[in-house]
Ligand binder design. Structure first.
Ligand code: SAH
Ligand code: SF4
Length: 345
């Protein structure tokens, strides 16, 4: 079966021409799939019945199979997908009261970066996802929302994997998200562990996509201890690339900062962070650590978190606490934890 999501408009055109169909069928099908959220040919009522039947035997709507799904009290939906080669990945949909519908999607099965506090990092690397596999995670949520009269509004690449380790596929997927789902670049966020050459390349893509950097420490020795990639791209080089990104794009960067009790949550650390980011157009997202099986750090308590934020804000660095979503189903975006995944990889 040919994956419909894998075909460009002209490729679909070629397929339909082979079937002896007029050119306007392509537009009809694309409208059904990407504007109305159809996930079967049966629904495409303005197509002749015989054509719908033929198409059903030749094309499929993507390759992701739902292996497990959990829905939290706050509406957050966490999904485990099985890929064609049986690898597992996670996607999360977060509905917000203000109407936003944000999908958190994966760029790889597992991750090679080995950050100590991260459940995905603890699993190791399985493989890169293709652009279509990245795209399809968003398409699935988008399609389901469309059927309920809603719209997927935002995408964060903060699921499993390091997006810039799979750079080309991620860029291609971003174009698919923009072109096919009509999601504006400003509504898409890519989060990276800090692969400096790719940050520099990303700055030149001419995309208005938001960039988030997982910083988590201001001291090289401590950052290297929890994020081994820091040995290759130390903090000074990382911040330099961030400055270049802001200059080139005139876009604000987000720094992610997971607060680990007694480690990187001291007032001294907050002051160093404030100094490090001085003059850089940015925002800090503070996230109390989500405990994972393979790491014995614990989250900072609310008082320390607030004190940390206050120091940043007094220094003119905007900072907010990232509210954890789907807490009852353990669906913290980018803090993916799944027993099943861990067992299988
Ligand atoms: N690989 C990318 C994107 C996925 S992780 C990156 O590292 O940026 C998304 C975010 O969740 C990152 O900021 C990551 O550092 C953070 N994260 C991972 N595990 C976490 C945990 N246990 N507690 C809090 N934040 C975590
Ligand atoms: Fe990979 Fe990001 Fe987890 Fe680090 S935090 S191991 S880069 S997914």
């Amino acid at each position: 079966m040919i994956n419909l999501y894998q075909l460009s408009e002209s490729e679909l055109q070629d397929q339909l021409t082979t079937l002896g169909q007029p050119a306007f069928r392509v537009k009809q099908i694309i409208q059904w799939v990407y504007e109305k959220g159809a996930n079967s040919f049966e629904e495409m009522t303005n197509l002749p019945k015989s054509l719908r039947e033929t198409l059903s035997t030749q094309f499929c709507f993507g390759h992701l199979r739902i292996d497990m799904e959990q829905v939290s009290k706050d509406g957050t939906c966490k999904r485990l997908y099985r890929l064609q080669d049986n690898k597992l990945i996670e996607s999360v949909l977060m509905p917000y009261r203000d109407g936003r519908r944000t999908a958190c999607i994966s760029s790889q099965a597992g991750c090679a970066m080995g950050c100590k506090f991260c459940a995905t990092g603890q699993m190791g690397f399985a493989r890169h996802l293709s652009a279509e596999e990245i795209f399809e995670q968003a398409q699935r949520f988008s399609q389901e929302l469309q059927q309920e009269g809603e719209r997927l509004s935002n995408i964060v690449l903060m699921g499993m994997g390091e997006p810039f380790h799979n750079y080309d596929a991620v860029i291609e997927a971003i174009h698919l998200l923009k072109d096919r789902l009509g999601i504006g670049a400003r509504k898409i966020t890519v989060s990276t562990v800090g692969l400096v050459p790719k940050i520099r390349a990303f700055a030149k893509e001419g995309l208005q996509v938001k960039l988030a950097i997982s910083l988590h420490s201001t001291l090289d020795e401590e950052r290297t201890a929890i994020m081994p990639i820091n040995r290759k791209y130390p903090i000074s080089e990382l911040i330099d690339a961030c400055r270049q990104f802001v200059e080139a794009t005139n876009r604000r960067i987000t720094f992610e900062y997971a607060l680990i009790h007694g480690q990187n949550d001291t007032p001294e650390e907050a002051t160093r962070l404030r100094n490090l980011l001085q003059g850089l157009m940015c925002h800090v997202n503070v996230i109390p650590l989500n405990p994972t099986a393979g790491y014995d750090g614990s989250p900072s308590d609310p008082v320390r978190v607030q004190a940390f934020i206050d120091i940043l804000e007094r220094g003119g660095i905007p900072a907010t606490i990232r509210v954890r979503r789907g807490i009852d189903i353990d669906a913290g975006c980018g803090q993916l934890k799944s027993k099943k995944t861990a067992e299988q990889s």
